[in-house]
Design a protein around this ligand. Structure first.
Ligand code: AMP
Length: 115
């Protein structure tokens, strides 16, 4: 890819992040502009620009990302009160970083529907 995204730079260790979990496939770190008391981003190490770019070959990886969210939520003690998982995709979805990521939001009651 021509220009590295900010998330790829975090993966490559070029810029710091508050990492809460990592494994062979994924990385989880706190969002710099948290929208809830707990706001963690889970990203694949593989560069996939958005959910719209995921292919059948990414099926296992996508499952692993959800399991990573579950592990992080458990690690942060969120199971009793719950949490929300969000994927913004494309312009209308509000995506601003072109590297697939899952938002894990918790620590307060979250409105539905979202804005
Ligand atoms: P989205 O709008 O779904 O693309 O979400 C991108 C998220 O990345 C936003 O919530 C930003 O606050 C967050 N973000 C941007 N740069 C960083 C960074 N360097 N470290 C942590 N989170 C970031």
């Amino acid at each position: 890819m021509a220009n590295k995204t900010i998330f790829k730079r975090i993966i490559d260790g070029e810029i710091p992040a508050d990492i809460v979990y990592q494994d062979e496939y994924s990385l989880a770190f706190r969002d710099v502009r948290p929208q809830a008391p707990v706001h963690v981003l889970v990203i694949p190490r593989k560069e996939i620009p958005s959910l719209a770019h995921a292919t059948d070959d990414d099926s296992e990886l996508l499952g692993r990302l959800l399991i990573t969210v579950r592990k992080v939520a458990n690690q942060l003690g969120l199971d009793p009160t719950g949490y929300r998982v969000v994927i913004n995709c494309g312009r209308d979805g509000g995506q601003t970083v072109d590297h697939l990521h899952l938002h894990l939001l918790a620590g307060r009651g979250l409105d539905w529907p979202p804005g």
